[in-house]
Design a protein around this ligand. Structure first.
Ligand code: ATP
Ligand code: MG
Length: 300
């Protein structure tokens, strides 16, 4: 099975510094990097779903190497942190289930960020983020993140403009600090259209088993769609750096979204050059010790 010619990271990356970045020009129904029809066949959805399973096997192996490396060298601080941002019903939960769900749950640390509590608000906005960082050796997933702090407070005028504007630089400095501490960040914006959001929210109303997912406040947020898109566009542009780029995944088609995020994870892991660590014991000696242990110790 041939792979796309350009890496998915290259195709979906927001240019560093965001020069010329236009979020509105990225159509949420497109499928950048998907191999040509001859490879994908007549059912791209089935192809993508099968591919996610295959990639998932590789992700599991990489995750294990990360865990093993941290076990022998905890000081390296190495870990991977997937940051997921999207408008409501953008597919963060589904992506976590289908893509992160291919990895070993023992090696995952998943955190969701809702509206800050009183206590959280009394601290700097990065306080709750620092406390939620994955432990070295783990794959962390942030379901929303510190980026909310340059979105909601801006659109809802919760803080003065100079406060949220200053946060872009603060975030860039913070993410540099994370990189220095061994954290590999993968920041992904799941990009859905206004119409697709309508369909997804409507299906939550139409299906009684989805009522629990419906949040009346989402309609108020939807009313500010253009403001949120502008806030996202600026955040992605200002905080896409060469060390920690943003990736925009067209996410109207769930099967493409999952394939793209799985591919981004695989490529990001590949860039970490992980290996299984060398044993810190003499393998032959241990084998002899194990096999020469005869007879069985007496039962007590
Ligand atoms: P779904 O996509 O299924 O609706 P969700 O991610 O919206 O899930 P919720 O618990 O419904 O999860 O909502 C979390 C809410 O908290 C969002 O509206 C989000 O914008 C808000 N939020 C998160 N962080 C902040 C922040 N720092 N400041 C203000 N609001 C925030
Ligand atoms: Mg919500």
């Amino acid at each position: 099975m041939s792979e796309p010619r350009r890496s998915v990271r290259d195709l979906l990356r927001v240019p560093a510094g965001g020069t010329g970045f236009d979020l509105g020009a990225i159509h949420p129904r497109t499928t950048p990097g998907l191999p040509r029809a001859g490879v994908v066949g007549t059912d791209p959805k089935a192809w993508a779903r099968a591919r996610v399973q295959e990639i998932g096997v590789e992700l599991g192996r990489q995750q294990e190497m990360l865990f093993a490396s941290a076990k022998v060298d905890p000081a390296s601080g190495r870990r991977l942190l997937l940051v997921l941002q999207a408008m409501d019903a953008g597919g963060k939960d589904g992506t976590i289930r289908r893509v992160a769900g291919t990895m070993n749950p023992l090696g995952l640390q998943i955190r969701s960020f809702g509206r800050p509590t009183e206590k959280e608000l009394s601290h700097h906005f990065l306080w709750r983020i620092r406390r939620a960082l994955p432990t070295p050796g783990y794959v962390g997933v942030f379901n929303r993140s510190h980026y909310e702090d340059v979105l909601v407070p801006r659109v809802e005028s919760l803080v003065p403009e100079h406060t949220w504007r200053a946060r872009y630089d603060e975030i860039n400095e913070f993410e540099q600090e994370l990189a220095d501490g061994g954290v590999t960040l993968l920041k992904v914006f799941l990009h859905i259209s206004y119409d697709e959001q309508l369909e997804r929210l409507r299906s939550r109303l139409d299906d009684p088993e989805k009522h629990w997912k419906y949040e009346p406040a989402d309609v108020d947020t939807r009313a500010r769609w253009a403001d949120y898109q502008a806030a996202y566009a600026e955040a992605l542009a200002r905080c896409s750096t060469s060390g920690s780029p943003w990736f925009v995944v067209p996410a109207n088609r769930k099967w493409y979204r999952d394939w793209a995020v799985a591919s981004l994870l695989r490529e990001t892991f590949a860039g970490m050059h992980l290996t299984y660590p060398a044993p810190r014991f003499d393998v032959d000696r241990e084998r002899r010790r194990l096999l020469d242990m005869r007879p069985e110790p007496a039962e007590v």
